[in-house]
Design a protein around this ligand. Structure first.
Ligand code: PGA
Length: 255
C-alpha cells in the first residue's frame, strides 16, 4: 500500500459565473469526504477565485488557478502572477493544460518556468502532460511523455531536486472532453512510466511521494476502476466537476 493520499481536482475551465461558483463549492464543501482520506481541489476561472475562497471558509478544499505567469509583477498585459494568486487564497496552480498548449501556444519551456516559479513562491504546481490521438496511434506515447517531462521539469532536473508536493497530471488529449476514457490499464502503463522517469531523474523517495493524477472524461462510473490502479493517485476532472451531483460521487470513489 502506498502512502499517497488520493487527490481529486475539479478544473472548471471557462465555466460558471460567480453565483454558480459559490453554489457549487458550497454543495461540495457540505458533502466533501473526510480530509484525512482525500484531498479535494477546485480550480475556478480567475474572476471567481476570491468569491470561491470566501465561500470555502475553513472547509478543507484546496483552491487553484488554471494558469499563471512566472514573474511576480511587471508589464505583462493580461497575465496574473503567483503573488496575486497567493493573495486571493490559491494554494495550487494548474500548469500546461493541453488546452493552454494547443490553443494558446504554451511550450514545455514556459511550463518549466511557471512550475519553478510556483514552487519558489509557495504555490503547488499541477503539471499537465499527455499525448494526442495521432501520437498514440503512431505508438509514440512514451516518447512524447518523456519529452514533455524533460522539458516541463527542466529547472528541477538541473537542480536535481523535485519538491515532492509537485503534482503531475497525465491527460491524454484524445480523452479530454470526448467521453473516451483511457482504460485503467492504459492509464496505469503511462503513470508507471512517469513514476519510473521521476525515480531515474530524481530519486526513488521523490518518485514514491509525487502524486500522479489521471484526467480525461473521468466520471462517477469510471473513477473507481481508474483509482484501483497502483500508480493512479487521483483525478483531474473537467466536465463532471461542474455539477455537485457528478463531482461528489467522484470524491467519494472509495465508498
Ligand atoms: P474532462 O476534462 O473531464 O471534461 O475530459 C479534463 C480536463 O481537461 O482536465
Amino acid at each position: 500500500m502506498n502512502q499517497r493520499k488520493p487527490f481529486m481536482a475539479g478544473n472548471w475551465k471557462m465555466n460558471l459565473n460567480r453565483e454558480e461558483s459559490v453554489a457549487l463549492v458550497t454543495a461540495i464543501a457540505e458533502e466533501a469526504p473526510d480530509p484525512e482520506r482525500v484531498d479535494v481541489l477546485v480550480a475556478p476561472p480567475f474572476t471567481s477565485i476570491a468569491t470561491v475562497r470566501e465561500a470555502i471558509g475553513n472547509k478543507p478544499i484546496f483552491l487553484a488557478a488554471q494558469n499563471m505567469h512566472w514573474e511576480s509583477q511587471g508589464a505583462y498585459t493580461g497575465e496574473v502572477s503567483p503573488t496575486m494568486l497567493l493573495e486571493v487564497g490559491c494554494t495550487h496552480v494548474i500548469l500546461g493544460h493541453s488546452e493552454r498548449r494547443s490553443l494558446f501556444g504554451e511550450t514545455d519551456g514556459m511550463i518549466d518556468r511557471k512550475a519553478n516559479s510556483a514552487c519558489n513562491f509557495g504555490l503547488t504546481p499541477i503539471v499537465c502532460i499527455g499525448e494526442s490521438l495521432e501520437e498514440r496511434e503512431q505508438e509514440r506515447t512514451s516518447e512524447v511523455i518523456a519529452a514533455q517531462l524533460q522539458g516541463s521539469l527542466r529547472s528541477f532536473r538541473r537542480q536535481k531536486v523535485l519538491p515532492p508536493v509537485v503534482i503531475v497530471a497525465y491527460e491524454p488529449v484524445w480523452a479530454i472532453g470526448t467521453g473516451k476514457t483511457a482504460t485503467p490499464e492504459q492509464a496505469q502503463e503511462v503513470h508507471n512510466q512517469i513514476r519510473q522517469w521521476l525515480a531515474a531523474q530524481f530519486d526513488g523517495n521523490t518518485a514514491e511521494k509525487v502524486r500522479i493524477l489521471y484526467g480525461g472524461s473521468v466520471k462517477p462510473d469510471n473513477v473507481k476502476e481508474l483509482m484501483s490502479m497502483p500508480d493512479v493517485d487521483g483525478a483531474l476532472v473537467g466536465g463532471a466537476s461542474l455539477k455537485a451531483s457528478s463531482f461528489l460521487p467522484i470524491l467519494r470513489f472509495y465508498l
